[in-house]
Write a protein that binds this ligand. Structure first.
Ligand SMILES: *[C@@H]1O[C@H](CO)[C@@H](O)[C@H](O)[C@H]1NC(C)=O
Ligand SMILES: *[C@@H]1O[C@H](CO)[C@@H](O)[C@H](O)[C@H]1NC(C)=O
Ligand SMILES: *[C@@H]1O[C@H](CO)[C@@H](O)[C@H](O)[C@H]1NC(C)=O
Ligand SMILES: *[C@@H]1O[C@H](CO)[C@@H](O)[C@H](O)[C@H]1NC(C)=O
Length: 200
């Protein structure tokens, strides 16, 4: 008698199929947002942020309400191991968005990142940034398989943008806070980093 023709055999097959499906998953590190504080001045800029943690993806839509001649972006971030609070990484950096636009025209990686993002929406090309709606929809952080013993990590990211009128004016101030967790997924979500690796 064949294995499949008995109820017991059927169970074995079901269990085997389940086992294969479960064990074919990969572990990735996913962020869980605990707070997202968004502020924009509503004179030069306003925007919406959407997040689907399940699928997962982000949507950003920026409405530039008045032409932006020159934009400075300031990013402060930190990562902290939940179990060993003295394991800490932080960054505090500023860059000029107009210089980034120049860079993307000159660098192959810049072009790659730009075309990846533009496949998901529309972004400004250069300064001054014309008043218009820009968006990036259904994008996700490039991710890698989580290896080793990974603990939960607190993250905090603050992004501020200033338009350089004769006097600098704050037009955006966003803070994202949360903690990472390990998720078993069927497949790693392709991202910019994997595209760069592929072309190495
Ligand atoms: C952004 O500002 C425009 C013009 O004032 C307004 O029509 C729109 O509803 C605003 N959007 C958001 C998300 O606040
Ligand atoms: C994201 O944008 C897409 C359209 O590009 C829309 O279908 C979807 O509902 C949006 N999701 C969220 C969470 O805002
Ligand atoms: C980040 O750097 C700026 C100066 O570039 C400084 O004013 C600010 O206090 C720094 N922030 C932190 C959290 O260290
Ligand atoms: C930016 O927002 C944070 C809270 O999200 C606030 O603590 C901080 O003072 C704001 N910075 C400026 C320059 O307004």
């Amino acid at each position: 008698m064949g294995l499949n023709s008995t109820p017991f055999g059927l169970c074995v097959v079901v269990v085997l199929v389940l086992y294969v499906n479960l064990s074919s998953g990969v572990n990735v590190i996913r962020p869980k947002f605990e707070s997202v504080d968004l502020w924009s001045d509503n004179e030069y800029l306003n925007y919406t942020f959407g997040l689907d943690e399940e699928t997962p993806y982000f949507n950003f839509t920026f409405n530039v309400l008045k032409n932006l001649p020159d934009v400075e972006v300031h990013v402060e971030g930190s990562l902290q191991n939940k179990d060993e609070m003295n394991h800490y990484f932080s960054m505090n950096t500023s860059y000029n968005l107009c210089k980034v636009f120049e860079f993307k025209d000159k660098s192959p990686i810049g072009v790659l990142v730009w075309s990846f993002l533009n496949d998901h929406g529309s972004l400004p090309e250069r300064c001054p940034i014309p008043a218009k709606t820009y968006s990036v929809h259904k994008i996700w952080i490039p991710e890698e398989e989580a290896t080793g013993v990974i603990k939960e990590i607190y993250f905090r990211l603050n992004v501020q943008a200033t338009v350089n009128l004769p006097k600098p004016k704050l037009i955006l101030n966003n803070t994202y806070k949360g903690v990472t967790f390990i998720k078993d997924v069927a497949a790693i979500k392709q991202g910019i980093l994997s595209m760069i690796k592929m072309r190495k």
